[in-house]
Design a protein around this ligand. Structure first.
Ligand code: SIN
Length: 310
């Protein structure tokens, strides 16, 4: 007998990538090592997204880089990473052991940099790249690119012209109209859209009267942002045809199904790993499967965007 994670009901095709179930590791949560990514795949993830990598090594911000708040975490790590040359070794090692697709999250300070990093990641074996055009607190990259339609289009077009693997674009909620950015990215060639990255936030210590994070401001993730993320996915689905990956506050199967009904083909889980450990992917996937079975759906696809039809 097939286990719930082996059922065909859970299989999804994400812009050409075959996932055995629609749960994915969100970028930015864990390190780069093959062991770490493998432990997430063993925990049941249908695909993994790496931490964001750039052209050159970056130290990131001074501590504290993460603060816990009600229903979530605020982080401002500052995109610490070893640089793409070093990171290609990790991609090769991870690909040698992983049985699920590996997506490399990349950032740059220009369209050329995004493309150079994406090409190197793809050559090292990444099955797709996810463009981080949404980190809310590093100057001249991330959201500073993803909130300007013409710059966003230039970056996506440049990467698409140079990379043969699927290109995902991770969007920022910190814009007036996320559906407009989604449409811009899709017209420029994005194969899938991830919504959303963190919501701009900060926390202040009452005793010292100072901002807690080393960078003062950061990005909020976790349960607090789930309704914002669901609304973003819903709005994007109304505007574009490319697959959407829902991300933001998913901790259980109900959250995941809600994102699918809003229009997501797959979901990324990040902050919940801190509370629930790597097996959260298995638990969520089993719950989605039980829901599909109970409702008489033959596939995840039948639920995608259903809330728009009711
Ligand atoms: C960070 O490294 O500070 C977080 C990256 C992101 O929010 O995209």
């Amino acid at each position: 007998m097939k286990t719930p994670l082996e059922t065909e009901r859970l299989n999804v095709n994400l812009a050409g990538l075959r996932l055995n179930n629609p749960t994915m590791l969100a970028s930015g949560i864990l390190g780069y090592s093959a062991d770490t990514l493998e432990s997430i795949a063993e925990g049941g993830a249908g695909a993994v997204v790496t931490k964001s990598v750039g052209l050159k090594p970056r130290k990131g911000y001074a501590n504290p880089t993460v603060v816990q708040v009600n229903c979530g975490l605020i982080n401002a790590m500052g995109l610490p990473n070893p640089g793409i040359e070093e990171f290609t070794k990790d991609i090769r090692e991870a690909k040698a052991v992983l049985k699920v697709p590996l997506i490399a999250s990349v950032y740059g300070f220009s369209a050329e940099e995004y493309a150079t990093v994406a090409v190197k990641a793809a050559k090292a074996g990444a099955d797709a790249v996810e463009l981080n055009v949404s980190c809310p607190h590093v100057k001249e990259t991330g959201a500073e690119i993803g909130q300007k339609p013409e710059v966003l289009a230039e970056v996506v077009k440049k990467v698409k012209a140079n990379v043969e693997k699927p290109v995902f674009v991770k969007l920022s909620p910190n814009v007036a109209d996320i559906a407009e950015m989604a449409e811009t990215a899709a017209k420029a060639g994005a194969d899938a859209l991830t919504a959303i990255n963190t919501v701009k936030a900060m926390a202040i210590d009452l005793e010292t009267a100072k901002p807690i994070l080393g960078n003062r401001k950061g990005g909020l993730s976790g349960q607090a942002i789930k309704p914002i993320a669901v609304r973003c996915v819903y709005e994007i689905y109304e505007r574009v045809k490319v697959p959407i990956i829902g991300c933001g506050g998913i901790t259980n199967w109900r959250d995941a199904v809600e994102f699918m009904l809003a229009g997501a083909t797959a979901v990324q889980i990040g902050t919940a790993i801190a509370q629930k450990g790597p097996n959260v992917f298995k638990t969520v996937a089993k719950g989605i499967d039980a829901y599909l079975k109970r409702k008489g759906f033959r596939s995840v696809n039948e639920t995608v965007g259903m809330a728009h039809r009711s």
